[in-house]
Ligand binder design. Structure first.
Ligand code: ANZ
Ligand code: ZN
Length: 857
């Protein structure tokens, strides 16, 4: 018998799906919808293994849900604006638009070779004016509602990319892409008012019950809510007070100095007449604005001639320093320093010989414990040396001191967020133009809606340093819509995270010319039920998208406040690293293993050292090109391997033996079905009245496998599902010698197996389906049902009552958690209708027996 011809088979089925428009969907209110989305790729040139894993996971979910009877929306598009296109343009003298288009073409072909069930009629590219036109309108809506504004501000400047970076794009003081040390500059920039939603974005995290805990925690920390107080310090002979923000107002009696940011208005004021201060400020500003860059820098201060008065101790004054560790855009840009209880303040105090006064003590202490040398005591404890606070614990002291501050009009309780407004201006060409006109007389004027989109000019000089749009005077010059006089276009473009903040909504209505998406389509398709992508987007893209939905809602768009209801973050693909004798990285395809199992260079046979398995990356050359794998083994092999060894959220080690194992399994399955198909009757043959014990056993196995694979898929335990499918294959093979007797159950087993592998290896599955005598498309065939009778020992039937009356029953896995039983019970249609709008008082669960829902009177 011949081998499985994956090349022919995969191409064949891809064409069938395409010709039949199998995965094209439209709104259909009589069918429940399911929206599966994978984070869309940047068209960088070719797909990499990370993409293959991401899209394999998404496709599994999409095909599975489709088989479960959902109307599945599974679209794909391109995050097509961004700097690499400009860099490529400069290097290869090709227009960014063409470079991007070419890459999209290549990558689309590669994706198609994976057999992914996308509705390609919904494809979008964010660099298309038909796409960005709508986000220009959204921006104008934001502007009108005060959610977009322009202000002079200190920004992170990437001197290599020649552009501004968001705080999120500064990692350890360096540009996220260029790796250059980020500098501070003052520029007029556009901002989106994400801070208007800080409280809401934080509070609603708890509603994201289908998001990984880790991502939720990262967002929480990013938003960074803290409770504290503002305190106003009087400055003698100065017109202003010094307003500081503190989370430890209880330590006020330990204050020995105040410090303000170099960019605080008082610093700026003093600098006017102080040359030394001016050069100190300049020095400090050479660092970035991010917290991380300040954290690592040496603490430096500049002692001003100003002092301020302690709010409670008469006659006590504190020196005011200008310090590099005080951020201008956090709190008020000013602090009081309490060296005994804050490490940063202590380091600073030691350097500048300031007093250290302990005011918080642990429960048990002696004079020695109180003595602070190099380490501050930053824990909670009991107040000492603190007048009216003495003896109180930290929490009580905070309350008392805040009350006192408020009574004496010296400060008040206050909440503070770490989250900053989102700076969206980028001084780049390959981005969406900001639809604003700047007029000498009228100021900032929005481009009238009828003039949208503001498109990018085609002829552009990218070789000059600076912003290419700013250098293009033909494009820049325009007429003011307000007064008709000469005016200039805003030459900044949007941060590309702007495009990805709403693309999921565009997919529900991609051809809409009037608005980004219609309310009907949004209502039907949104939210995204399952979103899948890398955890590196935990705070950037995923937080911006949550903000965008809220901002759009404020502007009257119909969109869910949480537009991404389920989230799965996949792990990395790793591979061993190889080095040759010169210590240079060697790529896996140039390595071979000799008879002794020693690694050798394919070029010259020299020895290769094998290093740790690490995340695939170009810099370490430990990458495997998906295209090679697909052309050698086929897409189904690549897909199966991606699913087999690790659960999706874990890292996955790419190994040749793993790939070969997947390949062998595919061939084995193909052979098994081909050999048996002619000997096991036709589809829909009747189940015999009597069956051998062996056949009975297999039948029960089949049902258990259906049940387990289904629940594994629901829980994203895809690797377990694969293992169970392999086990069932073994079980069928064991019984095949007795096929005469067991014809029916063998056919039943093979049909089931074929249905179960469909979301994972769709080409092979369609092929086997034909081989088993079916003329329908497997892609249109429902998921198999497990007959509970065969699972019995694992099941319990639970009575579901409302206020003590029996209203239905539900089958649950024995000894599953009370919460899971409760969820199943509440999801019964009969129970749902009964409860309707009524409030639930409490729910009583008796394991494996009863769920009683008690409603409020
Ligand atoms: C006095 C104090 C005493 C403080 C003490 C801490 C310990 P989180 O918790 O992150 O919100 N701070 C306030 N504004 C700052 C700024 N713009 N740049 C740098 N540091 C700033 O941090 C709040 C604490 O960070 C505040 O509480 C303040 O120092 C400092 F024993 O005030 B604290
Ligand atoms: Zn004007």
């Amino acid at each position: 018998m011949s081998r499985y011809n994956f090349k022919k088979t995969e191409a064949f089925w891809q064409k069938v799906w395409e010709d039949n428009k199998t995965f094209f969907v439209s709104k259909n209110t009589s069918q429940p919808k399911y929206y599966v989305l994978e984070m869309f790729p940047y068209p960088s040139g070719r797909i990499h293994m990370g993409h293959v894993r991401n899209y394999t996971l998404g496709d599994l979910v999409a095909r599975y849900k489709r088989a479960r009877g959902f109307n599945v929306l599974h679209p794909m598009g391109w995050d097509a604006f961004g700097l690499p296109a400009e860099n490529a343009a400069i290097q290869n003298n090709v227009h960014p638009a063409l470079w991007t288009q070419d890459n999209i073409k290549t990558m689309k072909k590669q994706l198609k070779s994976m057999g992914l069930s996308y509705d390609w009629s919904r494809e979008i590219a964010t660099c298309d004016p038909d796409y960005y036109k709508h986000e220009q309108k959204m921006f104008l809506d934001f502007f009108e509602k005060g959610l977009a504004y322009k202000k002079e501000s200190w920004v992170n400047w990437d001197p290599i990319e020649n552009t501004v970076l968001a705080n999120e794009q500064v990692i350890d003081g360096k540009g996220w892409r260029s790796g250059a040390n980020v500098e501070k500059r003052k520029l007029s920039q556009w901002f989106l008012k994400i801070s208007a939603f800080s409280e809401e974005l934080l509070g609603d995290i708890s509603s994201l019950d289908k998001w990984p805990k880790k991502v939720k925690l990262m967002q929480e920390n990013w938003i960074g809510k803290s409770q504290g107080a503002h305190i106003n310090f009087e400055i003698p002979d100065f017109p202003q007070k010094l307003k500081v923000y503190t989370t430890r107002p209880d330590t006020i009696f330990g204050a020995t100095f105040c410090a303000i940011s170099v960019n605080h208005p008082i610093s700026q004021f003093l600098a006017k007449t102080d040359k030394d201060l001016r050069s100190f400020i300049e020095d400090c500003n050479r660092l970035g604005t991010s917290e991380a860059s300040l954290e690592t820098a040496e603490k430096k201060g500049f002692c001003t001639p100003l002092i301020c008065l302690h709010p409670f101790i008469k006659g006590k004054s504190l020196p005011i320093f200008i310090a590099n560790f005080v951020l201008m855009d956090y709190g008020t840009g000013a602090i009081f320093g309490c060296p005994a209880h804050d490490q940063r303040d202590l380091d600073f105090a030691r350097k500048y010989h300031l007093d250290v006064i302990p005011v918080v003590a642990p429960e048990k202490y002696d004079n020695e414990t109180l003595c602070i040398d190099k380490t501050a005591f930053s824990e909670n404890g009991y107040m000492i040396n603190s007048y009216f606070l003495n003896g109180l614990d930290t929490e009580a002291a905070k309350i008392k001191v805040i009350k006192r501050l408020e009574n004496e009009n010296k400060g008040q309780k206050s909440v503070n967020f770490r989250l900053r407004d989102w700076g969206v201006s980028r001084q780049r060409y390959w981005g969406c133009p900001i639809p604003i006109i700047l007029c000498k007389d009228c100021g900032i004027v929005p481009v009238p809606e009828t003039q949208l989109p503001v498109t990018l000019p085609k002829d552009i000089d990218l070789t000059q340093p600076g912003n290419p749009l700013d250098l293009n005077s033909d494009w820049k010059k325009t007429v003011c819509p307000g007064c008709g006089g000469p005016a200039e276009r805003e030459t900044d473009t949007f941060d590309t995270f702007f495009e990805s903040s709403w693309y999921f909504a565009r997919f529900v209505d991609p051809q809409n010319k009037i608005t980004g998406f219609s309310s009907e389509n949004s209502k039907y398709w949104l939210p995204v039920d399952q979103y899948i992508g890398g955890v590196e987007h935990a705070v950037l893209h995923l937080l911006y998208s949550r903000f965008f939905a809220r901002a759009l809602k404020v502007c009257g768009y119909v969109i869910d406040k949480e537009p991404l209801s389920g989230l799965m973050t996949q792990g990395m693909i790793c591979h061993s690293t190889y080095k040759n004798q010169e210590g240079k990285w060697v790529t896996p395809s140039d390595v071979t293993f000799d008879d002794m199992g020693k690694a050798r260079s394919k070029c010259d046979g020299s020895a290769i050292t094998i290093g740790r398995s690490e995340k695939m990356s170009k810099s370490k050359k430990n990458v495997v090109d998906p295209e090679n794998i697909i052309s050698t083994y086929g897409a189904d092999t690549a897909r199966l391997f991606m699913l087999s060894d690790s659960p999706p959220e874990r890292d996955l080690d790419w190994t040749d033996s793993g790939v070969e194992g997947a390949w062998r399994y595919i061939n084995r399955l193909w052979k098994l079905v081909n050999e048996l198909s002619t000997q096991i009757g036709r589809p829909n043959s009747k189940e015999p009245k009597t069956m051998s014990k062996q056949a009975h056993k297999l039948k029960a196995r089949i049902h258990k496998t259906i049940f387990s694979v289904t629940s594994d898929i629901e829980k994203f335990h895809f690797n377990k599902a694969v293992a169970r499918i392999r086990q069932l294959t073994n079980d069928i093979e064991e019984i095949r010698s007795d096929k005469q007797k067991n014809m029916w159950v063998i056919r039943y087993g093979l049909e089931t197996l074929t249905k179960l592998i469909n979301p994972m290896m769709p080409h092979l599955a369609e092929e086997l389906w034909v081989c088993l005598g079916f003329e329908t498309l497997l892609a249109d065939t429902p998921w198999p049902e497990a007959d509970p009778q065969f699972l019995e020992e694992e099941w319990a039937t639970v009575a579901v009552q409302i206020n003590g009356k029996l209203r239905g029953t539900v089958d649950v896995l024995k000894n599953q958690s009370e919460k899971a039983t409760e969820d199943l019970a509440l999801n019964l249609p009969a129970i749902k209708t009964k409860i309707h709008n009524k409030k639930i008082h409490k729910i009583i669960v008796v394991k494996n027996r009863i769920v009683n829902v008690v409603l409020e009177k």
